[in-house]
Design a protein around this ligand. Sequence first.
Ligand SMILES: [Fe+2]
Length: 272
Amino acid sequence: MSSWKIKKMSGHCGARLEGVSLSNASNSDLEEMRSALFEYGIIVMPDQNLNPEDHLKLAKFFGPIDVNRFFTPVATYPMIAEVRTSAEQSEVIGGTWHTDHSYDVAPAMCSILSARQLPPHGGDTHFASMSAAYKALSPGLKKMLSSLRAWHSDSSFSESNVGLENNPDAFRDPVLHPVIIKHPVTSEPCVYVNGDFTTHFENWSIEESSALLSYLYVFVTQPIFTTRVVWEPGMVTIWDNRLVQHYATADYSGHERLMHRITVEGVPLESV
Ligand SMILES: [Fe+2]
């Protein structure tokens, strides 16, 4: 019998899991949680209040930790990234639709975000299902996109002004990924281009690519494919970066927000 109470959050992605404390979860609880992640793309677990050690232990259940080279680490926990917004900031980290780490050869499989300090209102995170978006494309566009690869680059971090590490050695060469990937666990086809890191299609110019990419960014983030996480103190949210894109809402200026994030290593992505 299941230990978790699982409630879907919207039609195409997201589930709320309650009834188990992650800091003393059994292996079968954790396996059920992982299955829910692959089924729903995002899982939200309230009232967890993880300390950094619990957070690291949870991440290691999924696999080795993929330390982000741009984020400021949490003091004394170099494998945990600090996602901090100061009261003076008007922009936030991740404030546009994107997929974490798509600029890497083997992009992170999941991100685990733990709420540490929340603003009195706002700061919600939106998610969009890339498998639902793929299903809704026409057969013609599905076929065309399935034959393409696109370049992804970390270069947009050079213009960011949101409190990331000033680390000029962190930048790497752009990488190619299929535009439609096969999910490494479920084999589900998912759209895999995002506005922060995808620059252009392979063998296409940036100008030629931009019209179709712009269309796709609007198409895949339509409200019908999304769910919205309203953060609660102590909440933990995990998302699969191959199944969903996400967007952090910058609507709490004048207030601080602090989250701890761990990303888990993924694998190189294959086409459908
Ligand atoms: Fe992100």
